[in-house]
Design a protein around this ligand. Structure first.
Ligand code: DC
Length: 223
């Protein structure tokens, strides 16, 4: 079997990582793993099981139940213990607590093990915060996405709005800024650009031009 090719895409929320990752995976016929969805899945599980109420977090109970949490990607559908949670994990309720959940080292290592397995026997595009630094430090191609915060807030607002969620652009922007801070300053696996990652400013590209630019980079690396 050919050695899998791993593309690691990191960056803050709503910089267009998942859109880029999905487009690349489709064009290259690679698997796509949205690692943020996995942190969101654990957060939703904690909320559904009364382990996370108003940001009061029963860490000990959640850690003791990690073995009961089965997360699975199937195309664009994301499953938690056999239930499709693809839409629910995007709610503001989950967004408001997910950074807290993702500071917990035991939860990170639980998910990192699963993420590494997904890049072992198949070529993959994985997006998140620590993919190029922690999950796949030897990834074949590493990208780090940045974008203007106002554009990011509008993007996330538009996504939420199509799901009829009651919120405002300002509220979404505040949540993004707060999460940027938490994600970049946490002790375990903070959001940082890997030394060998290529910086891409999403504000400078259309979705299509960025995908084509990265496809050129992949073609060069594949030789
Ligand atoms: O990309 P996103 O907004 O769906 O990610 C949700 C949260 O999950 C984000 O606030 C930080 C966390 N996360 C992480 O800590 N590590 C990753 N590899 C991916 C996401």
């Amino acid at each position: 079997m050919k050695k899998p090719f791993v593309i690691a895409i990191d960056g803050a929320s709503s910089t267009g990582k998942s859109t880029l990752a999905k487009g690349l995976a489709k064009a290259l016929d690679f698997a796509h793993v949205d690692s943020g969805a996995m942190y969101r899945g654990i957060t939703l599980y904690a909320q559904q099981n009364g382990l996370l109420v108003n940001n009061e977090f029963n860490t000990k109970a959640l850690l003791s139940q990690l073995g009961d949490i089965n997360l699975r990607f199937e195309g664009d559908t994301f499953w938690l213990n056999g239930v499709d949670i693809s839409t629910e994990i995007r709610s503001m309720q989950v967004s408001e607590s997910v950074s807290l959940v993702s500071t917990i080292p035991e939860i990170r290592s639980f998910l990192v093990v699963q993420q590494r397995i997904m890049g072992t026997d198949q070529s993959v595009v994985m997006d998140g915060r620590d993919i190029g630094t922690v999950v796949f430090p030897k990834a074949d191609l590493k990208l780090f996405l940045v974008a203007d915060v106002n554009i990011r807030a509008q993007r996330r607002f538009n996504e939420l709005n199509t799901q009829n969620a009651p919120t405002t652009v300002a509220e979404v922007r505040n949540n993004l800024v707060e999460r940027d801070h938490l994600d970049s300053t946490r002790a375990d696996s903070p959001l940082v650009q890997a030394d060998d990652a290529i910086l891409l400013d999403a504000t400078q590209f259309t979705v299509e031009s960025m995908r084509n630019h990265v496809l050129d980079l992949v073609a060069k690396r594949l030789g």
